[in-house]
Structure formats: structure tokens, C-alpha cells
Design a protein around this ligand. Structure first.
Ligand SMILES: [Zn+2]
Length: 88
């Protein structure tokens, strides 16, 4: 994986600590006027529960694991971000 920005750095750091990223994605089907949410490891498409069409999430919130503060993720992210800055 090529680290391009801080978001990538967070992903790499969390992977290094074995922390899975979770996202709550919000979907809306215009045809059925149905809204639903689902939890995924990324902001991916989901099927409408009524008509089965695929929709991209209109909103996506990252769920931080409650034990994240037990890990030194922020320090690792800072180090990786500093390394990215040196390469530029
Ligand atoms: Zn639908």
C-alpha cells in the first residue's frame, strides 16, 4: 500500500495494530423512498431492502473502536505523516 495522505496513514497504523475500521453507512433509495443504515469495513454500496438495487451511501461515519485510546495509534500516525512530509 502506498501512503499518500493522513487518511492512508491512519489505515496503515490501525492495520498494524490489528484494529478493524468500521463505517456506518447511510443509504436512501429514491425509487422506494426507503432509508437504511448498515455497518461495513468501508463506504461501499448496499442493496435496497425493498427493490434490491445497489446504492452508494450518501453519508458515512467512521466508528472508532472504544479501545483505540489503548493503542498509540495517534503517535504512529504522526510519525508516518512526518515521513510523508519529508518525501515531498
Ligand atoms: Zn428501493
Amino acid at each position: 500500500m502506498t501512503i499518500l495522505d493522513e487518511d492512508d496513514a491512519v489505515a496503515v497504523a490501525m492495520e498494524a495494530f490489528g484494529i478493524e475500521r468500521r463505517f456506518i453507512n447511510c443509504y436512501h433509495c429514491e425509487a422506494c423512498d426507503v432509508e437504511w443504515t448498515d455497518e461495513w469495513s468501508c463506504a461501499c454500496d448496499d442493496e435496497c431492502p425493498e427493490c434490491g438495487r445497489d446504492f452508494s451511501p450518501y453519508d458515512s461515519d467512521e466508528v472508532l473502536p472504544p479501545d483505540r485510546m489503548d493503542h498509540d495509534v495517534d503517535r504512529i500516525v504522526a510519525e508516518i505523516t512526518a515521513r510523508i512530509a519529508l518525501k515531498k
